[in-house]
Design a protein around this ligand. Structure first.
Ligand SMILES: Cc1cc2nc3c(=O)[nH]c(=O)nc-3n(C[C@H](O)[C@H](O)[C@H](O)COP(=O)(O)O)c2cc1C
Length: 172
């Protein structure tokens, strides 16, 4: 990065002005439902294409979770609701210090992939891995959508490094 942009910390600070949603992305550690699972918090999740239905997120190149996702070939995103900031805090810890999923919420297997989805999430999106594209120190992970579900609930949002629940008056 050039001196004119001020380095990675400056980019991180500037981008923290963008309000985003928060997702927990999960995968199957051995590629089989019910054996072992892992999940991390991301705010880079977005929709890519409607036809075919594609969604994406970015993960660090050296991420343990990325390795697991690549090996399993399936993943699920749970868009977090307003009351789940503690889930987000727990699942943003690095590999080795993340608690087991059962300790941080109630989960059920997504019907299409078996990947865990968080009970009561405003939306869940199940995917098969479509493509990975290496971009700088991150990898763009594109998923082909194979399952969708929604539950009326206000979302958790992220801004300037903190979680907020500004839409608690939304209909449930
Ligand atoms: C609000 C928030 C958003 C995050 N978004 C991302 C993201 O989009 N991509 C990413 O690689 N890590 C993101 N992280 C960090 C990961 O949650 C964390 O580094 C991850 O648990 C590391 O997993 P690993 O040790 O298996 O690599 C985010 C963390 C927080 C607190």
């Amino acid at each position: 990065m050039t001196a004119s942009t001020g380095g990675r910390d400056r980019l991180r600070t500037v981008m923290s002005e963008l309000v985003t949603g928060i997702c927990v992305v999960s995968t199957l550690v051995h590629g089989r439902p019910g054996e072992a699972e892992d999940a991390v918090v991301v705010n880079s999740f977005t929709s890519v294409s409607l036809d075919p239905p594609l969604v994406s997120l970015y993960l660090r190149q050296d991420s343990t979770f990325l390795n697991r996702l690549r090996r399993s070939g399936v993943w699920a995103a749970s868009i977090l609701g307003s009351g789940t900031a503690e889930v987000a805090k727990a699942l943003s810890r690095p590999y080795g210090s993340r608690p087991p999923l059962a300790e941080v919420g109630a989960w059920h297997p997504g019907p299409e992939t078996g990947c865990p989805v968080l009970d009561g999430s405003p939306a869940t999106i199940e995917c098969e891995l479509y493509r990975c594209v290496e971009l700088g120190d991150h990898v763009l992970v594109i998923g082909s959508v194979v399952g969708l579900d929604t539950t009326p609930a206000p979302p958790l949002v992220f801004h300037r490094g903190a979680y907020h629940a500004p839409f608690s008056d939304l209909p449930r």
